[in-house]
Design a protein around this ligand. Structure first.
Ligand code: SF4
Length: 217
């Protein structure tokens, strides 16, 4: 089973609790206005890799443990079979290795749609952040881009870790973004506030640095 992957990173500390593996799947048909990850939209076949190889990578980078795995995109549920295969592999690793990481997944589909179409995949998750990003709405609660997006604990582990976070504002953690440099590219990880990326471009330009091929327009 192959999966389209945009990026994988460890540790991610701004998309869920603790030190996490972040997996961004490639391909999104939802295409929310104002999305800052437009590089993840095309279902680019050159981004394909075996799910087994991705699982091996996760086990290698987090051999000393991780608190959770965040799956984002792109739209993870646009690849339902690879997503299910990935989640089953992660759960099997968790069980056999006696680990306690949680599985959090983002989706731009409404919760009702996911409950109707993907019940079995939801049952593999500990927590879900559904609903499309709406640029015209204020920033959402903790780890969420707009205030229509909810945080839904699913499993007992998810309830234990996430129930207290549902009503928390982003400000509870302050404005936090991670930056990584890989293959000559700058990656911004986290939830920017409205206008942050334009301000970043302006500040870079003022210092003589022109950002090219940005993912937010
Ligand atoms: S915010 Fe998420 S669901 Fe919306 S267009 Fe961007 S990647 Fe797709």
């Amino acid at each position: 089973m192959n999966i389209l992957l945009n990026k994988a990173h460890f540790p991610v500390t701004v998309l869920g609790p603790g030190r996490r593996i972040g997996l961004w799947l490639q391909g999104c048909t939802i295409r929310c206005k104002g999305c800052v990850s437009q590089d993840t939209w095309p279902a680019d076949a050159s981004r394909t890799m075996p799910v087994a190889a991705l699982l091996d990578w996760c086990k290698r980078v987090a051999q000393d443990g991780c608190d959770g795995i965040t799956i984002s995109g792109g739209e993870p549920f646009d690849q339902p079979k690879p997503l299910a295969s990935l989640l089953r592999g992660l759960r099997a690793w968790r069980t056999t290795a006696g680990l306690d990481f949680d599985l959090l997944c983002y989706s731009g589909y409404p919760l009702k749609t996911l409950e109707k179409r993907h019940t079995k995949i939801l049952a593999l998750l500990d927590a879900l952040i559904p609903e499309p990003f709406v640029d015209g709405r204020p920033l959402g609660g903790l780890w969420r881009g707009s205030d229509n997006q909810t945080l839904v604990p699913i499993s007992p582990r998810g309830v234990a870790r996430y129930a207290d976070c549902i009503g928390q504002a982003q400000a509870a953690e302050g404005k936090r973004m991670q930056i990584s440099v890989e293959d000559g590219k700058l990656w911004f990880i986290g939830i920017p506030q409205r206008g942050d990326m334009a301000e970043l471009e302006t500040l870079c330009r003022q210092r003589g640095l022109e950002l090219q091929q940005v993912s937010w327009r």
